[in-house]
Design a protein around this ligand. Sequence first.
Ligand code: NDP
Ligand code: 8X3
Length: 252
Amino acid sequence: MAKIALITGATSGIGAACAHLFAAQGYHLILVARRENLLSDISKRLTDKYAIEVKTVLADVKDQEDLSYKLEGLSSNLKEVSVLINNAGLSQGLDPIDKGSISDWDTMIDTNVKGLLYVTKIVSNWMIDQKAGHIINIGSIAGQEVYPNGNVYCATKHAVDALNKGMRIDLLPHGIKVTAINPGMVETEFSVVRFKGDEGRAKKVYDGFEPLVANDIAEAIWFAVSRPAHVNINDMLIMPTAQAAATIINKS
Ligand code: NDP
Ligand code: 8X3
């Protein structure tokens, strides 16, 4: 029977690239995000191209009650999830701590940390029932380093790093693998979202060097997932060749 992957934040960037790559590998998919039209588009494209089933779940990972209702309401065969990709996440703003917006902070903490936990609590229990599974947590270079004005976003990704380690310990007796994939700069909608729709400012982030693309990260995730049963990749830091550290970039 084909395996199932559940991907959060599947309508754009890294999550969408994972949906394509896992579909190409024959996985059935459960795709979670907030934009209904994009979920429908990606579902149609994948089911037209591959002999797989796609279940879309229109949900905001911040909304624990609704998320739980929708995920627990899935049919029991869909709960046999082999791979969970905790990818939904965002940055909001790039301000010094004294000028930061409390609403931006709440959104980042509620999405990147609490949302990831809400999804993990549900899906890890399904995996425990199967005594198998693989959880991929999308962290960041921002979870390894702190850069100017990155404060709260960096804190959320440091939290993902800690949770990744904690999950691996707690889920060890159940045979569940846990991996963090930590990218450097990837050109997706990420900077447009960080700068609240200012596409000009977002584009400048990637001017003068070649950033990663979403598929680079999807391929790294696939590498981790496709290792033999006795091998776990604990974490992987993947950077553009032109980026040596969070703020050290060789721009032309
Ligand atoms: P995108 O903005 O392109 O994609 C983010 C995805 O997350 C979208 O599909 C969005 O879908 C979804 N999402 C955001 N908030 C929620 C929510 N509350 N509930 C459900 N889905 C949500 O960014 P990336 O692909 O770049 O980001 C994916 C992950 O990678 C994030 O965790 C990010 O922090 C991390 N990352 C990104 C890097 C980069 O340079 N781009 C580098 C390192 C890590 P929708 O709006 O439809 O809900
Ligand atoms: C996203 C990468 O360096 O913009 O996590 O924080 S960075």
